[in-house]
Write a protein that binds this ligand. Structure first.
Ligand SMILES: Nc1ncnc2c1ncn2[C@@H]1O[C@H](COP(=O)(O)OP(=O)(O)OP(=O)(O)O)[C@@H](O)[C@H]1O
Length: 285
């Protein structure tokens, strides 16, 4: 824990955004967002494409800076941290993505080892160039996600669901305190998606992780999240424990779109953005 942070102290949150606005030159990615995230909680962000989910996640690990407001992670002000402080903070934050971002030609085990690169000096050109202790930790994380027997296969020989579990092992090997997940199951079939979400929720309990995860599937959020935060046009429109949220209310995050498309109430996927709705900048977040 960084000096000065105070986990366990009343009022302390692992992650806190205070009145954060992100203005992308006319488009507000976030608009006066105040929200806090706690340990051992899986919070799911729901909202239409372009509602600000990725922008919120990127502010937590300092990939984006707020135009105004503050982002506090583990007692440290992210927007004021620079250089070594930001690097140290990022080592406490694991990030997983929709498209896994594994190196396809590397073995599964070496991919997991790359999760430790932020804490090592110099490049690593092969699996054997990682210290033995790291190789062992990486293997243990693969056991944890149920893929130890695949350790020496090329990453691209695994299914999408398996690759996402490898990406989770890669995030865990750096022993993060916070896990951010940007649409981690968007590319997966329903069975693999459920396995990945179950893994994330189990690990959150085992490691006292603070998990913030964006999703497009309302039912998946209702099944796996402890809490749902709904975003619309960069603003929070719902923030409640999942146990207190009904399906209709979760769908109301999508506003008029849900009402206009009754089939949305029976579909697992969030309704598509209406014509003219904001969409995310392709690849340019
Ligand atoms: N780098 C950027 N430059 C300009 N505008 C951006 C940038 N990144 C995001 N935006 C805008 O900010 C808003 C929020 O985008 P964001 O990607 O956070 O939405 P999202 O809810 O994650 O969408 P999706 O579900 O499609 O990933 C959108 O209007 C988007 O176009």
């Amino acid at each position: 824990m960084p000096p000065g942070s105070a986990s366990g102290v009343p009022g302390y949150s692992e992650v806190r955004l205070d009145h954060v606005t992100k203005d992308f030159g006319g488009t507000k990615g976030l608009d006066d967002v105040s929200v806090a995230f706690e340990a051992e909680r899986v919070t799911v962000l729901l909202g239409l494409s372009g509602s600000g989910k990725s922008t919120l996640l990127r502010h937590i690990n300092g990939l984006q800076q707020p135009t105004s407001g503050r982002v506090i992670v583990r007692g440290e002000s992210v927007e004021r941290a620079s250089g070594r402080a930001l690097k140290a903070l990022r080592r406490e934050i694991g990030f997983i993505f929709q498209h896994f971002h594994l190196v396809e030609s590397m073995s599964v085990l070496e991919n997991v080892c790359t999760g430790t690169l932020g804490g090592l000096r110099g490049p690593r050109l092969s699996l054997m160039s990682y210290p033995k202790a790291i190789r062992r930790q990486a293997y243990e994380q693969l056991e944890r996600v149920g893929l130890a027997e695949r350790a020496y296969q090329r990453a691209d020989t695994l299914s999408g669901g398996q690759q996402q579990r490898v990406a989770i092992a890669r995030a865990l090997v750096q022993r993060p305190k916070i896990l951010l997940a940007d649409e981690p199951v968007a590319s997966l079939d329903p069975v693999s998606a459920a396995q990945v979400m179950e893994l994330i929720t189990r690990i959150s309990r085992e490691e006292s992780l603070t998990v913030v995860c964006s999703l497009h599937q309302v039912q998946t959020a209702l099944t796996h999240a402890d809490r749902i935060v709904g975003l619309r046009a960069g603003r929070i429109v719902l923030d409640r424990a999942t146990a207190d949220i009904g399906r209709e209310e979760a769908l109301s995050i999508y506003d008029s779109v849900a009402a206009a498309t009754p089939e949305a109430a029976t579909s697992d996927s969030a309704p598509a953005a209406p014509a003219g709705a904001a969409t995310s900048a392709p690849g340019g977040h």
